[in-house]
Design a protein around this ligand. Structure first.
Ligand SMILES: Nc1ncnc2c1ncn2[C@@H]1O[C@H](COP(=O)(O)OP(=O)(O)OP(=O)(O)O)[C@@H](O)[C@H]1O
Ligand SMILES: [Mg+2]
Length: 438
């Protein structure tokens, strides 16, 4: 027979309904046959079983219910034996409701049926001694069948109610668990929100600070340059030191500018533009700044622009800034030895949106897989003088254009190494309509 459910285990050790039970049993005790000591003892045993039911279930959660039902069948059978001249005719026959209903309380419908069948069989066992001395009439068999059917009826009615009750309890338990989980998530979200607020405040403060640093930096830089010029040959050491101040101030100033670029709220003003013109400007601006710095690595620039590209809604200066960052990174990656920088622009579609894809590809060392997952996070850098904000800024700008960015890196067996950044810009609605009507 199947195991009783957990609801049985959570039953209190004694409850007021058990006490009520005892009162009913006491009522049976004062009814005839009063003088029959075995009857009184059996009723007492039934009372004890009833009282200790919770305790028994707590002690033996797996088998306890089966022991209790079995005990009740035995006690009911004893009671029948001591309350009638012939057991089968005892007026105490409804005592078998007790094991049947108890089984219904703890077991599944099928197990309840089996336990009730066992209780009925125990009751019917009195047929044997009765048939030795008496003859059973058809009416007698009918009455017996009716009593047994009532056992089943009562057991099934109670079991149906209990099963439904168990189902509801399980449902409420699941609901409570879901609620607890939701509560946990909510608390986590609140904690995250509080942390974000603190970080935002910190970000605002550092942006203000960075902004304020810029002015004195300009003064320091200007003064150092003047000193450097004025001192010239007259004091070579002082002039060299002034040169250091100037170059380090340049570095600091670049860092502050980069930080402010990152911290500043992004307002992209999108207007349809030829993306290739913006790319050309970015290429020109990077190579010019390298020439100015006296670093001009031997890089071959290959442009692969598809003809008749549709105009794309772009913020001219922001998109140029993004391309400059990507191109600068490509130059940095190839280093002094140089290489090939391939810049491609082609029609593409992404998540059912038509647009233009820009690919910026170099022949540098490429990017390791674990680093690839982090490079768009702020302050991730492998460069000595890098800030690690370039790609975070790019990614914010691409978001501002409702586009996507991804990085691919070669370096597999036989493949040429190098990194490839692929940026997708969705075409404007108007461009899409114009394209469709062509
Ligand atoms: N084309 C590339 N090839 C190889 N590694 C790259 C390439 N582009 C980016 N990386 C890696 O990603 C890191 C992050 O790039 P990111 O542009 O964000 O910062 P950075 O270039 O180090 O500093 P900066 O803020 O000055 O741009 C780089 O330090 C580098 O390790
Ligand atoms: Mg960079």
């Amino acid at each position: 027979m199947s195991q009783p459910t957990n609801t049985a285990q959570s039953r209190p050790v004694i409850n007021w309904m058990d006490v009520l039970w005892l009162l009913f049993l006491a009522g049976l005790a004062v009814l005839p046959p009063i003088g029959e000591i075995h009857k009184q003892l059996t009723l007492l045993a039934i009372g004890i079983v009833q009282l200790t039911e919770g305790w028994l279930l707590a002690r033996a959660p797996r088998r306890g219910a089966a022991y209790i039902v079995l005990l009740k069948i035995v006690l009911a059978t004893l009671l029948i034996d001591h309350t009638g001249e012939i057991g089968i005719n005892s007026t105490y026959w409804p005592i078998y409701f007790l094991p049947a209903v108890t089984a219904a309380e703890y077991f599944s419908p099928l197990s309840t049926l089996l336990w009730t069948a066992l209780a009925s069989a125990a009751y019917c066992s009195y047929l044997y001694p009765a048939l030795q001395d008496y003859e059973m009439t058809t009416e007698g068999y009918g009455i017996l069948a009716i009593r047994i059917l009532f056992f089943f009826l009562a057991a099934m009615v109670v079991n149906r109610f209990v099963v439904e009750n168990r189902r509801q309890t399980k449902l409420y338990q699941e609901l409570a668990e879901t609620l607890a989980e939701t509560n946990r998530k909510l608390e986590q979200a609140q904690e995250d929100a509080r942390r974000s607020e603190r970080l935002a405040a910190l970000g605002q403060m550092s942006a203000g600070l960075a902004h304020e640093i810029r002015n004195p930096l300009g003064v320091i830089k200007g003064s150092a340059e003047m000193l450097h010029q004025k001192l010239g040959e007259s004091n070579p050491l002082a002039s060299e030191l002034a040169g250091y101040i100037s170059s380090e101030t340049n570095r600091l100033s670049a860092l502050v500018t980069r930080f402010l670029d990152f911290a500043r709220p992004l307002h992209a003003e999108l207007n349809p533009q030829e993306i290739t013109a913006v790319l050309d400007r970015a290429l020109h601006s990077v190579s010019l700044s390298l020439v100015q710095k006296g670093e001009d690595p031997p890089v071959r620039v290959e442009r692969q622009y598809e003809a008749d590209l549709p105009p794309v809604p772009l913020d001219e200066s922001l998109s140029e800034q993004a391309f400059v960052n990507l191109i600068q990174n490509a130059y940095d990656a190839m280093g002094n030895s140089g290489g090939t920088l391939r810049v491609a622009a082609l029609r593409a579609s992404n998540a059912n949106r038509d647009g233009v894809e820009v690919r910026i590809e170099d022949t540098g060392p490429g990017i390791q897989q674990d680093l690839r997952e982090q490079i768009f996070n702020p302050f991730v850098t492998t460069k000595k003088t890098g800030v690690g904000l370039g790609l975070s800024i790019v990614s914010r700008i691409v978001d501002g254009h409702h586009g996507t960015i991804r990085v691919e890196s070669g370096g597999g067996s036989g493949e040429p190494q190098g990194a490839r950044f692929v940026v997708f810009f969705p075409a404007s609605e108007e461009a899409g309509v114009a394209q469709a009507s062509q």
